[in-house]
Design a protein around this ligand. Structure first.
Ligand code: BG6
Length: 296
């Protein structure tokens, strides 16, 4: 495949309102831009990001499938984020409202090479949609198309990088009192004690069985991101901080101050699909002035 084709993003515009373009790369089925009504970017993408194979784009919304992190024998975060997807011209009806919604449909099927490393046939349909009010909605439908009668299991995450003004001024609400696995301590299990998550050093945790709504409050910008999720019980919260930032070749040394990842995920209990079965995982993102956000 021609690299320039892979690298060319698809634009999605909401013609009925001022909310504008998302860029969706066929490489990774990857959303890299989501803007508010003033044209301000809401997703973080590194200045050092590389928009072509073999590594995933650093920022936006990488899709981790069929494996989150190293929970299995596949490459880190699975292969979907560094495969070239295609536009799905004939999608089945999706369980999301389409009235006045701008959307694009993508599909990923395994290649012969993929089947050697993960011997399961699947169809992964992704709809990326922008509502008239500017909400960004991703719906994933994964179907087991194995002809051999075998089920398969996977773990999953929408690895969303939110753009924030200052990591030291950010709070993540909705995960208090929950159990989490700490990736920085051999995935030992702890219970969250704080009334919100704040950031003072590297943080890399998998919160388990979370509510369907999580808020990221950017104090300086007076903006709150609201994450709503369906079919995805867990939530990863990640900031690499300075040392890890320096170790990543596609990430600026100081960029950790301007990003936080809050990832709707299914990790602790892998999803299992029998042949013919389909799973749906939804992500809905809104950005609202903090004064409008009641926490309910
Ligand atoms: C997070 C993980 O989801 O992704 C971290 O919890 C990891 O442990 C991070 O460092 C980035 O992963 P990658 O493969 O995109 O560099």
């Amino acid at each position: 495949l021609d690299v320039t084709m892979q690298s060319r993003p698809q634009l999605l515009r909401q013609s009925r309102s001022r909310y504008s373009a998302e860029l969706v790369y066929l490489y990774g089925g990857h959303v890299t831009s989501w803007k508010d009504e003033h044209g301000d970017e809401l997703l973080f993408v590194s200045n050092k990001a590389i928009f072509k194979p073999p590594k995933a784009i650093r920022g936006g919304i990488p899709i981790c499938f069929p494996q989150f992190s190293n929970f299995g024998n596949l490459e880190q975060h699975g292969f979907a984020r560094n495969r070239v997807w295609t536009i799905d011209t004939d999608p089945p009806p999706f369980p999301v409202p389409t009235t006045n919604t701008a959307y694009i449909d993508l599909i990923l099927k395994p290649t012969e090479e993929d089947l050697k490393i993960w011997p399961h046939s699947f169809e992964y349909r992704l709809r990326v949609a922008l509502s008239p009010g500017g909400d960004l909605m991703l719906t994933s439908r994964i179907r087991n198309t194995n002809a051999d009668g075998k089920p398969f299991s996977f773990t999953f995450a929408y690895h969303t990088y939110f753009k924030i003004s200052d990591i030291s001024e950010v709070r993540v609400e909705g995960l208090e009192t929950l159990d989490y696995l700490d990736n920085l301590q051999d995935r030992a299990r702890f219970t969250e004690q704080g009334d919100a998550i704040v950031f003072e050093s590297e943080l890399d945790r998998i919160y388990l069985g979370t509510p369907s709504k999580i808020a990221i409050i950017d104090h300086e910008k007076k903006r709150t991101f609201v994450v709503r999720k369906g079919g995805l019980p867990d939530a990863v919260v990640w900031n690499p901080w300075d040392k890890k930032a320096k170790a990543m070749s596609d990430f600026g040394d100081d960029e950790y101050k301007r990003m936080v990842c809050v990832e709707a995920a299914a990790i602790e209990k892998p999803v299992t699909l029998k042949p013919g079965e389909e799973w749906t995982g939804k992500l809905e993102l809104s950005a609202v002035p903090s004064s409008y956000y009641s926490g309910q």
